[in-house]
Design a protein around this ligand. Sequence first.
Ligand SMILES: O=C(O)c1ccccc1NCC(=O)[C@H](O)[C@H](O)COP(=O)(O)O
Length: 210
Amino acid sequence: MVIPRIKICGLRDIATAQAVARLGADAVGLVFYRPSPRYVEIEAAAAIARALPAFVSCVGLFVDCPEAEMAAILERVPLDLLQFHGDETPEQCRRWQRPYIKAVRVKPGLDLLEYAGRYADARGLLCDAYSPAAPGGTGERFDWGLLPAQLPLPLILSGGLDPDNVVAAVAQVRPWAVDVSSGVERARGSKDLERVARFIAAAKQTSFSG
Ligand SMILES: O=C(O)c1ccccc1NCC(=O)[C@H](O)[C@H](O)COP(=O)(O)O
């Protein structure tokens, strides 16, 4: 039986990150994309990463980050996994020799099988909604019917998930993991622990044979 893993993205302080871990998240995401309302400075990020309990992964999220900035972050923040959410090539993703996942913004006409094949060494493919407004964290959903029945990488479903739709999402898509940001916030960049708790409880009650 597969019970989807849960990533809560866009944490910005230690207390909230620890609370999210206690509520049952498998991973938390730290956003290193300056235009985002969820952007976290290096020192705060390092403190959050160090404060997480064992078996909760710390994921660093990058959008076409300049190399020097990326190197500075990797030197100071103990990240378990890198999430590339921009137009990074497979070579750019591999360059850091760290486990990584690749995000793709799904829209009609995109060949997801071909895309996944190019990032064959990624630990997962995070499928998010395409929006012209921002590269991610928009709270927008995409048409789950655009996903192929099988992908060569573990599928992380993202984009517009919330406590009320995650059960239906898992039933339809059968993803390895689910990822959420806006759907568990009270305002952009501010997590609502009651919504986080409801999201995690709902996601954990889902399972499917895999
Ligand atoms: O969260 C952001 O602000 C963000 C900004 C730029 C690129 C990616 C970003 N977030 C990536 C995530 O993993 C989000 O959880 C994912 O896009 C889903 O967001 P949401 O639809 O708000 O749940």
